[in-house]
Design a protein around this ligand. Sequence first.
Ligand SMILES: *Cc1c(COP(=O)(O)O)cnc(C)c1O
Length: 310
Amino acid sequence: MRQEFVLPSPIQELSDKLFQAKKVRVFIKRDDLIHPIISGNKWRKLKYNLKAAKTKNFKTLLTFGGAFSNHIAATAIAGQTFDFQTIGVIRGEEHLPLNPTLKLAKESGMQLIYVSRSEYRTQNRLALAKRLVHEPFYFIPEGGTNELALKGCAEILEENDSQQFDYICVSCGTGGTISGIIQTINPTQKVIGFSALKGDFLKQEIINLLDQKYDNWTLQTDYHFGGYAKFKPELIAFINQFKTEHRIQLDPIYTGKLFYGVFDLIEQHYFPKNSNILVIHTGGFQGIRGFNKRFGNIIDVSETRFMDNK
Ligand SMILES: *Cc1c(COP(=O)(O)O)cnc(C)c1O
């Protein structure tokens, strides 16, 4: 079931009455097209980690995540595709039947180990993993974010000609993706991160990930809609309308909030006239099915390709 990877992913211009009215141009980097499950930034973050694991002869990948994690799903499928065993350490108890994310992970051969929320919060996840698993494993942090992940995320901008963009807009969870982008753009370009989570810790985490001090980025912290995986009806309406108008799927956890924020900033004249704005579509569709299961099919997924078409 080896899927084709779409790389480099294309950049497309979006047209919308709003952009015309505000005299900006908006482009979208389609990392959502890379792969139906190992999509977007999760592939970027895994790429050099998989290479390192192969070079060092590891047979097993071990990582951490929540029960709906795109990273858990991506690691499971990547392991199956590139011949690794995979172990996912999952936050919280097992709930049966498994949700679509964990079902896919398990069916792809991932061994799932559940730990309590308090255990999961430990500062030293590697030590926890070593207590849980005694065979050797290649350790990948939650969300896939580490130094090699940043190297992969730098390629989001390096693989196309992207000098002409004044602003790069990207969704943030752990901050790994934005950090890779910040390190690779030229000094006249600006990066805007849209936090999918509530809280002020993200800025410091990004600073910690970066290899030096950079002044070319800012964070928007007003578009989390209540916090991670929280939403409001206007977010869902926006995602469905975007799908109808542009025929591009957004997810409610990350990219929906990102595009909602970009449209809102354009509305507020945040971007100077004639700005070229590149919005990174980081993928993440696999999470929609679990979301729709919980909340009653509120996201329109017609024509969206899920790997197993369930
Ligand atoms: C994980 C994820 C993010 C967040 O990326 P970070 O590198 O953790 O900031 C953004 N978008 C999607 C679709 C994701 O799956």
